[in-house]
Structure formats: structure tokens, C-alpha cells
Design a protein around this ligand. Structure first.
Ligand SMILES: Nc1ncnc2c1ncn2[C@@H]1O[C@H](COP(=O)(O)OP(=O)(O)OP(=O)(O)O)[C@@H](O)[C@H]1O
Length: 606
């Protein structure tokens, strides 16, 4: 029944026309703003705490100078100051400090929550990317999305947008208080602050440029040392010692000059600010002491107010300085957000999300459909059951579907066409070798079979079903893939074989170790299967046997072998081929080779 139904639906559901590599699936709509908003909602109390601490820090900072003014005025009037006023002054100072620490602490925690949420979302996205996108991404670029760009978004909260808001509120509130205390000073400050801001930005920009140059020069200098060590024999042979030394000198010189510039701006900035602060205070004091009635209307004030005003002036300079850095942080964060959003916008593979479990729930739902074409749908579960059925029939000889079929396949990476109108079939338990010159596209054929890419034209079918329709969780039962070299994963010998898959039992691990001839070698290790893997515990041939064990442990129906003996000597090659023969028994095997000597079974020329 299933078979008949699928045969009928093949023409509609899995059409010969290519669906295009870019159309495997639509990218999920994930955005940095959405992640941040979700975190804000999840951390309700934390977010409310931040709002309270920011507002509290601004308001409480205004109060101590006012109390101090009262104390000074009382003392200058010859009256005694009560204990409670003095206590209130110190209590308010303590409360201001507490509020500021609370604000910083809560912002740091919130920033970390954002970082965690963003990195988790990036990882969810990463595991759902298509092979096309993954191979197109430079490892450095990818790492910088996870590290640098996420850090800039964290900084947006810890020292960016919220701090900027708090600093702006602080400046405005101090100006308002000064306006009521001494209008003349408020006007002076309104004139001076833009200049102070411009000067601060100018210094910060130049310092930042010098720091970036310094970092680049330090990077070049530190890269030069391993490069020299790596090529030391060539350098000696060609007598290039002087050249290498001069290059190193140049890098260090560049770094020194950049450091000098940073030090210059650093040294100049603080004295300028302190002098400006002193000049403003002195000018206002002189004016307030003048006998001119007109001047006194604007600048006249009591001794207590003078003390409060001096206090406010010193308080207003530091947020202006911070504003410059906060603008810088916001600018970098905007660029970081843009890059992360670009990453979120990359195309996802259709069944990638199943691996992180969130669609597993919908998997059990009969309404879940996986392939949509010409308004007709077929569930993935049904497709898999269908494939199982076809395989069972194939094994009993009553299935007309080949296990593997390349039907008129054309495929290329971007504009570079690698395979053109390729046709071949491999029946159940067939053992074939694909022969072809280097670069002919043999490895590409295996990747198409693994469903990592979709053909541009034609179809890659496994028991009549497109390779890309195989569910990620089912792939290991269907194929085992052995590459030219072994890729170690962090963990024990057992982990190398199971790849952390809990469904693989201890019995299967031991059986495959025996089958590949690794049993003795593993058991002779200090902790047997629990030995933590490091490159020196096995020889190259043994690693390759482990590679076969990893591919065969889930007892897959199809073995894909990519030049597995290419890097081995004749003796080791023999051992690996003998192990392979045992593993390949009663299985369908497709191997690739550009040598005719190592071929297995029937050959297909590419
Ligand atoms: N991810 C990729 N992006 C772009 N081009 C690729 C990619 N992978 C392979 N190619 C190109 O496709 C062509 C076929 O590569 P493939 O690895 O399939 O050849 P091969 O026959 O297995 O070669 P060899 O025998 O040397 O391993 C080569 O020109 C290669 O440069």
C-alpha cells in the first residue's frame, strides 16, 4: 500500500526538476531585537530592578549637595547643625553609592543574560544552516559573530544605551538644580558643555584609532614569531635572517608609535578637564563675590550654595566624558547587531531544527508535513517508513527500486559545474567503486548522497526517495561515511565510535571494535574504552579503523567510503581493507578512488 501510494506520488512530490539549492527551506525569522525583547520579558524582575536603580541613582545623587548647602549655611549663620541632618547627609551619600552599584551590578547580570540568549540563538541557527552556507562562511567570520559581535551587544547594555540614558538624565537634572540655585552658572555650563563634549570625542576618536593601530601592529609582531619559527630552515637556507629581523623591527616600531599617540592623548585629557573645572569654579566664585548688583542677580549665592555648586560642577564633567564612550559603544553595537541579523537571515536546512529537539514534538503530530510541492504534501515519517519498506523488499529481492540512483544529475558549486547529467544505479548489497580523476566530483557525489546538497537538476534517490528528504536523526541508520582522515571529537575512545549517541549500546561498540580488529588495541589502553583520546594513542592505520568503526556501529545499510586508504602505506592499507571487507559484508558499499588498484566490486567511471 505504502509503496503504491508513494509510486503514485513520486511524480508530484519529488519532481525531476530541481527545487534549487536556495529553496531547501525558508530562514526562520530571528532577529537580535526579538531575542533582547524575549529576555526582557523573561527577566521581568531584573528589568524592573534596572529601571528602579537607574532612576534612583540619578535622583539620590542630587540630594547630598543640597543637604551640604544647608549644613554650610547653618554653620555660617552661627547656628548648630543637628545630628540628624549630618546623619541624613551621610545616609544619602551611602544610598547614592548603593544605587549606583546596584545599577552597575544589575546591568552586568542583564548583559550576561542577553549574551547567553544571543549565543544560544546563534548556535540554534548554526546547526540549522545548509552545507552551502556553512562552506561559504569563513571560520574567523563565524567565530566573530559568536564572540566579538555578541560582546558588542552585551556592552550596549552594560556601558551603552542604558548608561547613556542615565548620564543624560544626570546632566539634565544637575543643570535644572543649578538653574534654580545659580542661573549665571547654568548659562556658563550650557556654553561650556558642548565644547567639553567636542573635545572629549576628539580625544577619544584619536585614542581609539591609535589603539586599533597598536593592536594591528602587535598582532603582526606576534604572528611574525611563529611564522619565523615555522620557516626557520628555509630562512637559514636562503639567508633571510636580516629581512625577517627588519620586518619584526618595523612591526614593533609601528606599535611603539601608536602607543606614544595613545599616551599623549591620555596625558593631555585629564589636565585639560581639571583646568576647565577649576576655571569655571574660579570664574563663578569671582563673579559671585563681585559688588555689581547686576552681576549678583545672576551669580550671587550663599556660602552653602557655593559648596553645593562646586560639587555639582565636578559631578557634571564625568557623565559628559562617559557620553563619548557610550556613543562609541552604541555605534559598534549597531554594527554588531547588523552582522548578527545577517547571520540569522541565512538559509536554513529543512530538518536541521529537529536535531535540537524543538520540532520533535511536531514530529509526532500526524498533521506535520515535510515536503511541500504543487500543493501536495507527504509526511517525513511516511517517507521514512516507505524507505524502510522499500529496503526490506529490496533485501528480499522483490523491490524494483535501486538502493541508490543518480537520475540525470547536474550539480555545481555556485557557477562551477562539477557533475553534468550523471546517471547510475546501485542495487541493494552491491559494492561499487566510483573512479575518476582528481577534482572530477567523486566526493561531491557522496555529499549529494548524504543529502548535504540538492542537485541543480535531476534527482539523487535512495530507494526512490530524494536523499535530502532523509530525516537528520535517521541518517546514521541509513549511511555510514568514512573519510580520508579521521576527525577526532573531544572525549573517550567510546565517544569516537558513538559520537555521543545514546542509542548506541555497549554491545554494539564492542562488536564493531572486534569487527574492525581494534578490540585488543583498545583494551590494552589504560582505561580501555574510557581512555580520553589524544592523537598519539593510536597509529594512523588504527585511527582509520576507528573511522570505519564509527561509520559501521549503527549498522547502516549503506557504507560510503571516500579514499579511505589514500594516506596509508601498503601494509596498513592491507589491514584496513581486510577490516573493511568484514564490515562491508551484506551491505551496500559505494567507495571512491582515483586509483584502479584499491577498487571494490564493480567500477563506475565518473
Ligand atoms: N564546498 C565547495 N565549494 C566550492 N567548490 C568545491 C567545494 N567542494 C568541492 N569543490 C570543487 O568541486 C570540484 C570537485 O571536488 P571533489 O572534492 O568532489 O572532487 P574529487 O573527485 O573528490 O577530488 P579528489 O579525488 O581530489 O578528492 C573541485 O574542483 C573542487 O574544487
Amino acid at each position: 500500500m505504502i509503496l503504491e501510494k508513494s509510486r503514485r506520488s513520486d511524480a508530484n512530490v519529488f519532481p525531476v526538476e530541481n527545487k534549487g539549492k536556495g529553496k531547501i527551506a525558508k530562514a526562520k525569522k530571528r532577529q537580535v531585537k526579538g531575542v533582547i525583547w524575549k529576555t526582557v520579558l523573561q527577566q521581568k524582575w531584573l528589568s524592573m530592578g534596572i529601571v528602579f536603580a537607574v532612576a534612583g541613582a540619578v535622583v539620590t545623587a542630587l540630594i547630598p549637595p543640597l543637604i551640604l548647602a544647608k549644613i554650610v549655611d547653618t554653620v555660617t549663620a552661627g547656628k548648630a547643625v543637628t545630628f540628624w541632618v549630618i546623619f541624613l547627609y551621610f545616609a544619602m551619600l551611602a544610598l547614592t553609592g548603593f544605587m549606583e552599584s546596584a545599577r552597575e551590578g544589575l546591568l552586568t547580570v542583564f548583559g550576561q543574560k542577553i549574551t547567553h540568549a544571543l549565543r544560544s540563538s546563534l548556535m540554534e541557527k548554526f546547526i540549522c544552516l545548509t552545507s552551502d552556507k556553512l562552506t561559504g562562511l569563513e571560520p574567523g567570520t563565524l567565530a566573530s559573530r559568536f564572540v566579538g559581535d555578541v560582546d558588542t551587544v552585551e556592552n550596549l547594555f552594560t556601558s551603552g544605551i542604558i548608561s547613556m540614558f542615565a548620564d543624560a538624565c544626570k546632566i539634565i537634572s544637575i543643570l535644572v538644580v543649578i538653574w534654580f540655585e545659580n542661573k549665571g552658572l547654568a548659562v556658563v555650563l550650557l556654553v561650556i558643555l558642548p565644547f567639553l563634549f567636542w573635545f572629549t570625542r576628539h580625544v577619544q576618536k584619536n585614542m581609539l584609532a591609535a589603539q586599533i593601530e597598536n593592536r594591528k601592529a602587535v598582532g603582526r609582531a606576534s604572528g611574525h614569531v611563529p611564522e619565523t619559527l615555522h620557516n626557520i630552515r628555509t630562512i637559514h637556507c636562503l639567508g633571510r635572517e636580516k629581512y625577517m629581523e627588519e620586518r619584526y623591527d618595523t612591526y614593533i616600531g609601528e606599535s611603539y608609535q601608536a602607543m606614544e599617540r595613545t599616551n599623549f592623548y591620555d596625558a593631555v585629557y585629564s589636565p585639560v578637564i581639571l583646568i576647565l573645572n577649576a576655571v569655571v569654579v574660579a570664574a563663578v566664585m569671582l563673579l559671585s563675590a563681585s559688588g555689581n548688583k547686576m552681576v549678583l542677580t545672576f551669580f550671587g549665592m550663599s556660602a552653602g550654595t557655593a559648596v553645593a555648586v562646586i560639587n555639582y560642577i565636578s559631578q557634571i564633567f564625568s557623565p559628559v566624558e562617559s557620553l563619548g564612550m557610550e556613543i562609541q559603544t552604541i555605534q559598534s553595537a549597531v554594527a554588531g547587531i547588523h552582522r548578527i541579523n545577517e547571520f540569522f537571515g541565512l538559509e536554513e536546512k529543512e530538518n536541521g531544527a529537529q536535531e535540537n529537539g524543538d520540532t520533535e514534538k511536531t514530529w509526532n503530530n500526524p498533521a506535520t508535513k515535510i515536503e511541500e510541492n504543487r500543493n501536495e504534501k507527504i509526511s517525513r515519517k511516511e517517507a521514512m517508513a516507505d524507505m524502510e519498506e522499500r529496503h526490506r523488499l529490496g533485501a528480499s529481492g522483490s523491490n524494483s527500486f535501486p538502493f541508490v540512483e543518480f537520475r540525470n544529475v547536474t550539480f555545481g558549486y555556485d557557477e562551477h559545474v562539477v557533475l553534468e547529467h550523471l546517471n547510475f544505479k546501485v542495487m541493494d548489497t552491491d559494492q561499487v567503486t566510483l573512479l575518476g580523476r582528481t577534482g572530477a566530483g567523486k566526493s561531491t557525489i557522496l555529499k549529494l548522497l548524504l543529502g548535504l546538497y540538492e542537485p541543480d537538476q535531476g534527482q539523487v534517490l535512495l530507494h526512490g526517495i530524494p536523499a535530502t528528504a532523509v530525516r537528520a536523526g535517521e541518517r546514521r541508520k541509513l549511511f555510514g561515511y568514512v573519510e580520508q582522515t579521521f576527525h577526532m571529537v573531544p572525549g573517550t575512545v567510546r565517544d569516537q565510535i558513538t559520537l555521543y549517541d545514546d542509542r548506541i549500546s555497549e554491545r554494539q561498540v564492542k562488536a564493531v571494535a572486534e569487527l574492525t580488529g581494534l578490540k585488543e588495541a583498545i583494551e590494552s589502553l589504560e582505561n580501555g574504552y574510557d581512555t580520553y583520546c589524544t592523537p598519539e594513542i593510536f597509529s594512523q592505520g588504527q585511527w582509520q579503523l576507528l573511522s570505519i568503526a564509527r561509520a559501521a556501529v549503527a549498522e547502516p545499510k549503506l557504507l560510503l567510503l571516500d579514499e579511505i586508504t589514500a594516506n596509508l602505506d601498503a601494509e596498513t592499507e592491507k589491514a584496513v581493507l581486510a577490516a573493511l571487507k568484514r564490515v562491508a559484508k551484506d551491505r551496500t558499499v559505494i567507495s571512491i578512488s582515483h586509483r584502479t588498484s584499491a577498487e571494490l566490486g564493480r567500477t563506475i567511471q565518473i
